[in-house]
Design a protein around this ligand. Structure first.
Ligand code: MG
Length: 373
């Protein structure tokens, strides 16, 4: 039996939680389109994200390490896929809209600069000279609303309101989006925020250990690592201990979030999707003990991984590349490709330069830097 879009929408109505976002009641797209007979609007949004150039470029953008240091470190593409996997897992257990959560997760880093968070910080400093800042989540929304062009009749990917809204409200300790809207994100967007945190906490420990910047002895005293290690059979072969610890940590964080979100929804008396966004507090959160465990791990990673000599060296290089490219382009605007220079939506040079550099992969930026300096 083949399912039609209407049947999938009916199934969502019949089976998803009352506070889930239904594709049939989406606030729609900025440029109205025929929604087609087969896929829901969120399925189509996800497919548009995956088939975008900005999504493919994520493979060449650093998470914390660069790919050429080794084949097994996370890139921003594999990070986004891990966030999407965790988000779908959470959405399914909480009976939310998996397609919406997956789409927000896959798109959440589309606007990220090359060279990880060092790149974002440098761009933010450069934009301050023009009275502006730089936030990768705002840039992600700019990518899907404007920069990624596929059709002649509208700019961007023309995604639904719910996906674009989920992107701008994506908040992590790294991000400081301007409070444009005081309402809460949908539950689907809230779980993506925390799935992002779960993904990077676990994979940064894994990558840090793989790189030899962290040692098991450094982290085993951290409460979340200790809880994970205590649950593993002591006779396990040492080669399997780290993968088992990472997997247990992830499971602990995911299960805690699921249980706490469920308790919060009940405690806040939330029954509808509208009550989720009108709520004074986010319904998706960790329990207090796990929030503290996660905060301790985060603080540890800041001090001993993100600021470690090996990572800091690469960050400094990234900062220099971005600064140099920015000043070269600002000095000689003709160095920008025509498609960027003639952007019909913006004419301010610093905005166009920012868009161009933010879209680059690490290697593309490095090659251009070596050519131009
Ligand atoms: Mg992320």
């Amino acid at each position: 039996m083949l399912l039609s879009r209407t049947q999938i929408e009916e199934r969502e109505k019949a089976t998803l939680a009352s506070y889930a976002v239904l594709s049939s009641v989406s606030e729609g797209r900025e440029y109205p389109e025929d929604e087609g007979a087969k896929r829901t609007c969120f399925q189509r949004d996800r497919d548009r994200v995956i088939h975008s150039k900005a999504f493919r470029r994520l493979k060449g953008k650093t998470q914390v390490f660069v790919a050429h240091y080794g084949d097994h470190y996370r890139s921003r593409l594999t990070h986004s896929m891990e966030v999407a996997q965790i988000s779908r897992d959470l959405a399914r257990t909480l009976n939310l809209n998996e397609d919406l959560a997956e789409t927000i997760a896959l798109a959440h880093d589309l606007g990220h600069t090359p060279f990880g968070h060092a790149g974002q910080d440098t761009m933010s400093e450069l934009m301050k000279e023009f009275g502006q800042g730089f936030e990768h989540n705002e840039q992600s929304r700019r990518v899907v609303e404007l920069l990624e062009t596929k059709k002649p009749n509208y700019p961007g990917l023309n995604l639904t309101f719910e996906v674009r809204d989920g992107l701008i409200k994506h908040r992590t300790p790294f991000d400081h989006p301007k409070a444009l809207d005081v309402k809460m994100p949908s539950l689907e967007a809230q779980i993506v925020n925390i799935a992002d945190e779960i993904a990077y906490l676990c994979h940064d420990v894994d990558d840090g250990l793989r790189a030899g910047i962290l040692e098991l002895a450094d982290i085993e005293h951290l409460s979340i690592c200790k809880k994970a290690l205590d649950s593993i059979d002591g006779s396990i072969d040492r080669d399997f201990l780290i993968p088992a610890m990472i997997s247990r940590m992830m499971r602990l964080l995911i299960s805690d979030l699921e249980n706490q979100a469920n308790d919060n929804l009940e405690a806040f008396g939330i029954i509808t999707a509208k009550q989720v966004v009108d709520s004074a507090k986010p319904a998706a959160s960790f329990s207090e003990p796990i929030r503290e465990d996660a905060a301790k791990l985060k603080a540890f990673l800041y001090d001993y991984f993100y600021r470690s000599v090996g990572v800091a060296e690469y960050n400094m290089k990234g900062q220099e590349v971005i600064r140099t490219l920015f000043s070269c382009f600002m000095r000689d605007f003709k160095l920008l490709p025509e498609a960027i220079r003639l952007n019909p939506h913006d004419s301010e040079s610093h905005i166009l330069v920012k868009d161009y550099i933010a879209g680059m992969t690490d290697q593309f930026a490095l090659d251009l830097y070596n050519k131009l300096r």
